[in-house]
Ligand binder design. Structure first.
Ligand code: FPP
Length: 225
């Protein structure tokens, strides 16, 4: 039976969720942050799951209206500050991926602080993808290793990426069927699940069902049965 050791989620549909009930889009992000918390706690209690990588802010999300971007930044900072004791209580290690140099000094400090303070935790690893895009991650990785004398190998490039772990199960909420520049290298053999559920309505019971279906899939990794 497959184990969903590394689950990655594209958390889409916050804006639509809010608009459907006549609220401002940012209310959807607020509701989405609560679901991040619930799903992380669920995963930290599931021994099969080692790693949860969540797409929180992409390299393309800067194109959104300034006020929405500012709201997301504040929400992220508040979330991380509030979550630190919960990460520690649940033995969750926080390992951000992405290029956080574009964020404010204060947000960068909070991110680094939570990373350092949870570095000893050896339960679930929760990675938030922050100012993350696969193409940017690959470019940064190539630039890190391009001066080496030998030919670049798959292993060298994989190890130079922010996220060095292949994805087993990739879920996208919100009804669209695309990867949106998320973990393109790491998801090479991931099983993909798309759900119409908008992220603020996503629940641990839906995740459980998806994991159950995932465990039954025959994964061949390009080989034969
Ligand atoms: C997509 O919804 C979601 C995002 C761009 C950001 C994800 C953010 C959260 C889940 C909340 C904050 C996260 C943390 C960790 C505090 P969308 O706005 O694209 O929705 P839409 O497709 O309905 O417009």
């Amino acid at each position: 039976m497959n184990r969903a050791k590394h689950i990655a989620i594209i958390m889409d549909g916050n804006g639509r969720w809010a608009e459907l009930s006549g609220k401002k889009r940012v209310k959807g992000h607020e509701a989405g942050a609560k679901v991040v918390k619930e799903i992380t706690t669920y995963c930290s209690n599931n021994k099969d799951i080692e790693r949860l990588t969540l797409y929180a802010f992409s390299t393309e999300n800067w194109k959104r209206p300034r006020l929405e971007v500012e709201f997301l930044m504040k929400l992220l900072e508040k979330y991380l500050k509030n979550e630190l004791p919960i990460y520690l209580k649940n033995n969750v290690r926080f390992e951000p991926i992405g290029d956080i140099r574009a964020f404010s000094k204060s947000l960068q400090k909070t991110i680094k602080d939570v990373k350092e303070k949870t570095a000893h935790c050896d339960g679930l690893v929760q990675s938030l993808a922050l100012n993350y895009g696969s193409q940017d991650e690959m470019l940064r990785a190539v630039n890190k290793i391009r001066n080496c004398e030998d030919d670049i190998t798959q292993e060298m490039l994989g190890n130079a990426l922010d996220c060095k772990h292949s994805v087993d199960l990739l879920i996208r909420t919100g009804g669209d069927h695309r990867l949106s520049n998320f973990l393109l290298w790491q998801a090479a053999y991931a099983e993909l699940f798309f759900t119409d559920t908008l992220w603020p309505d996503f629940s641990t019971s839906e995740l459980e069902k998806i994991i159950k279906n995932f465990t039954k899939i025959e994964r061949r990794f390009g080989g034969l049965k």
